[in-house]
Design a protein around this ligand. Structure first.
Ligand code: HEM
Length: 380
């Protein structure tokens, strides 16, 4: 039996396969593929994305992908196509990856980050008066907090905005090379890195600059940090603004978890098979693009009760293993998981009571998944 495959659009030249749908409406394509796989009693389906690709969504597949770095390689996956992410730890494969990560991990640990909490609180501006687009506000807030966390606020803010802005624009904007901006970012990093050689600051760059390849890891981790955290924050603010009953610090952790379940910014993880793989009798050849879909897993009715409903109280119970992976898992678990949780927690704790006015919260999958926006809210 061959693996199921969502139908190809008959009006599209066969050579393009699913690429037009993948570009225009990938969530619908994923839902169609998962429907076909479930109907066949399988957890995997194929897509034609210019090269053979498989998408899986079961906890078993997620565990295989995320704990098999020798088989599931990062170099040559989707990240390699995005200049922002094609570098440093993100595209370093096993066995070198483990060593590179072990050098970066201490700076991003919960304990190390605790020391910057006061600086982050001081950086948070009061929530604006009057109607405010929570998405645009989250974008600026996260950029400023990242500047504080990474550079003690010393990175040229206009340059940081210029560097990060294309990430949230529709394709192909995030795929364009932008050599002038990258050169300016490198000069700014060099200036700030040199300053830390003589005097340390309470920031991430002080830890990063001591590692080989620090400039690349600083740049790619910043890119990985910004949109993901912005989108999670925007959705969390929108959720709080709709639900006054959730606007207490005790509720915030469950709100964040539920936002990351329903709207995982990392909606799709990608790898490339380094060797042939036999998956329940199906041979997947080396070189196949192997995708895991956090979006599908997080909304799988076999794993979650009422999966499409925003229900923070579900977090009173633990989910099944490998069913919840907003930060991935295994040795490539998100480097910034604790940083993201710190930024989200501190920002929500500082919010005044809000109410929702109007907005479009439909999930829009780009490089990361976020609300279409705008999301208009105001102080209650
Ligand atoms: C809510 C916010 C965030 C979400 C949802 C998120 C999600 C993820 C996911 C799903 C992965 C694994 C991708 C894979 O399968 O390879 C990942 C990896 C990564 N993330 Fe995050 N991320 C967030 C924030 C951050 C922040 C703040 C940083 C800043 C350091 C960051 C840096 C990275 C890096 C460097 C990797 C690659 C790790 C490796 O390959 O060893 N992320 N993130």
């Amino acid at each position: 039996m061959t693996l199921p495959c969502p139908p190809l659009n008959p009006y599209v030249p066969p050579a393009l396969g699913h690429l037009p749908e993948w570009g225009a409406a990938p969530l619908a394509l994923l839902d169609a593929g998962a429907g076909a796989a479930r109907a066949a009693g399988l957890d995997l389906f194929t897509l034609q994305l210019g090269r053979p690709a498989v998408v899986g969504f079961s906890p078993e597949w997620n565990r295989a992908v995320l704990t098999g770095p020798a088989t599931f390689r990062s170099r040559g996956s989707f990240s390699s196509l995005v200049p922002y992410l094609n570098g440093g730890v993100i595209v370093t494969d096993a066995p070198e990856h483990a060593d590179r990560r072990s050098k970066l991990n201490p700076g991003f640990s919960r304990a190390a980050l605790a020391g910057m909490t006061d600086a982050l609180r001081r950086r948070l501006s009061p929530f604006p008066a009057g109607p405010t687009d929570a998405l645009a506000w989250a974008d600026t807030t996260v950029r400023q907090l990242l500047n504080t966390a990474y550079f003690a606020g010393e990175f040229d803010d206009a340059l940081l905005a210029r560097f990060l802005a294309p990430l949230r624009r529709p394709f192909p904007a995030p795929l364009l090379p932008r050599p002038a901006t990258l050169a300016a970012v490198r000069r700014e990093l060099l200036r700030l890195g040199r300053a830390r050689a003589t005097r340390s600051r309470p920031d991430l760059l002080t830890a990063l600059v001591q590692q080989p390849g620090w400039m690349e890891d600083t740049r790619v981790s910043l890119a990985a940090a910004h949109d993901t955290t912005t989108h999670a924050l925007a959705y969390a603010v929108w959720a709080l603004a709709q639900r006054p009953d959730l606007q207490t610090p005790e509720q915030h952790p469950a709100v964040i978890k539920e936002v990351l379940r329903l709207y995982p910014p990392g909606w799709m993880g990608s790898r490339r098979l380094g060797c042939d793989l036999n998956w329940h009798g199906h041979t997947l050849p080396a070189g196949t693009l192997a995708l895991y879909s956090t979006y599908l897993t997080h909304r799988d009715p076999a794993l979650w009760e009422d999966p499409d409903t925003f229900r923070p109280q579900r977090w009173a119970q633990k989910p099944p293993a490998w069913a919840y992976l907003p930060f991935g898992g295994g040795e490539r678990t998100c480097l910034g998981m604790h940083l993201a949780n710190l930024l989200l927690g501190e920002t929500l704790a500082a919010l005044p009571p809000l109410r929702a006015l109007a907005g479009n919260a439909a999930p829009l999958p780009g490089l990361t998944l976020g609300p279409e926006g705008p999301l208009w809210v105001e102080r209650a």
